[in-house]
Design a protein around this ligand. Structure first.
Ligand SMILES: *Cc1c(COP(=O)(O)O)cnc(C)c1O
Length: 362
């Protein structure tokens, strides 16, 4: 218990704040960790747990393979950097992550290896899955993964829904959380918080153009697709790996429909939302948060008496080009981001699974 408490205290040092935008709309800011996205919570928890378990096993070395659309890789690289006995190999899609995300993934070195993969996030994900089952590689490495298929990633995320409720401090209206969603780990954590007793009346599942779940809830047809590149790249997922958990939790389509409202938005709508948040609410949002805000705006049109909280999943400066272009103004970079800018990128460019495998074996 003492060890677990210490681990959790270390994770929850990251400050969380609730910013009120209007009578009914607030944003829960989860991006004040070292890599400035909410994924720092899950990555820190996993790294601290694994560090403990590896320390009690002699001579064991672990290799973590992780595919990323940008933020997972950054958070995992930061959380596992310099942990003894653990090596991390991060696959990211070449030219499809932001400038700052790439710096965060490829400049730490030491036990962190960055692989720049010539393909999409889905290609990175399938290369990881293939490697985990590759007999030649498994003979040589003791593999694990840190994508959100691993429950260690989203368990600690249950907690901040409670913190959001506490900070809101309004109990008269119904409560809705809008979650900008990709792989659905974050929204699933929210659903678990409700099962634990938190009085959440509705989840708003807010998507970009990668809208398989929205389409499913509107047509009852689940059709996985190749991911589409958008300006909210951490949500560019064509077949979300945690949606099966949500279905298992709710059992039936109609149970799920009662609890979850779904919507999806184009890049143009996202850019307008960033501008609207800035000009009408004096609030600077990243593209992912802006998608969450759009979900709230749509939801409140047909639902009175709700307090809505959308999750601020990344700091606006992580997506500085998009944010500056949306509001037509320069923004100041925080120190956590500045420190990466002058570091030199070091990554291994691979064109295929075979090249990736050869690199690992060598
Ligand atoms: C990962 C991520 C998401 C999506 O979270 P899921 O748990 O995969 O649904 C949303 N916004 C940002 C900024 C992210 O990094």
């Amino acid at each position: 218990d003492d060890i677990l408490k210490k681990i959790i205290e270390g994770v929850y040092k990251i400050p969380i704040s609730l910013v009120t935008l209007s009578n009914s709309i607030s944003v829960l800011e989860l991006f004040n960790g070292p890599t400035m996205a909410f994924k720092d919570f899950g990555a820190a928890f996993m790294a601290r747990c694994m560090q403990y378990f590896i320390s009690i096993e002699d001579d064991k070395e672990l290799t973590i393979l992780v595919a990323t659309s940008g933020d997972t890789g950054a958070a995992v690289a930061n959380a596992f950097h310099k942990i003894k006995g653990i090596n991390v190999v991060i696959l990211y899609p070449s030219k499809k992550v932001s400038f700052i995300q790439e710096k965060q993934i490829s400049t730490l070195n030491e036990n962190i290896t960055a692989i720049e993969y010539d393909g999409s996030f889905d290609d990175c994900q399938s290369a990881v899955k293939k490697a985990l089952l590759d007999k030649d590689l498994c003979k040589k490495f003791n593999f694990t993964t840190s994508n959100s298929i691993n429950i260690g990633r989203w368990l600690p995320q249950i907690v901040y829904y409670f913190i959001g409720y506490k900070l809101l401090n309004k109990r008269s209206n119904n409560l809705a959380f809008s979650v900008p969603s990709g792989n659905y780990g974050n929204l699933f954590a929210g659903m678990i918080s409700k099962r634990m007793g938190l009085p959440i009346d509705k989840f708003i599942s807010s998507n970009n153009s990668n809208n398989v779940v929205d389409v499913y809830m509107k047509t009852k047809k689940y059709i996985p697709k190749a991911s589409i590149e958008t300006i909210s790249n951490a949500m560019d997922v064509g077949d979300p790996s945690n949606f099966i958990r949500i279905q298992e939790l709710y059992k039936t389509y109609s149970n799920l429909k009662d609890d979850m409202y779904t919507c999806s938005y184009s890049d143009e709508e996202t850019v307008s939302a960033i501008l609207e948040l800035y000009s009408d609410y004096n609030y600077l949002s990243d593209p992912h948060g802006a998608v969450g805000f759009l979900g709230v705006k749509e939801f409140v049109k047909s639902n009175d008496n709700f307090n809505c909280i959308f999750l601020g999943t990344a700091h606006p400066s992580k997506f500085i080009d998009i944010v500056e272009n949306s509001i037509n103004k320069k923004i100041e970079l925080p120190s956590q981001i500045k420190e990466y800018l002058n570091k030199t990128k070091k990554s291994v460019f691979v064109k295929s699974y075979e090249e990736f495998k050869t690199f690992l074996l060598d």
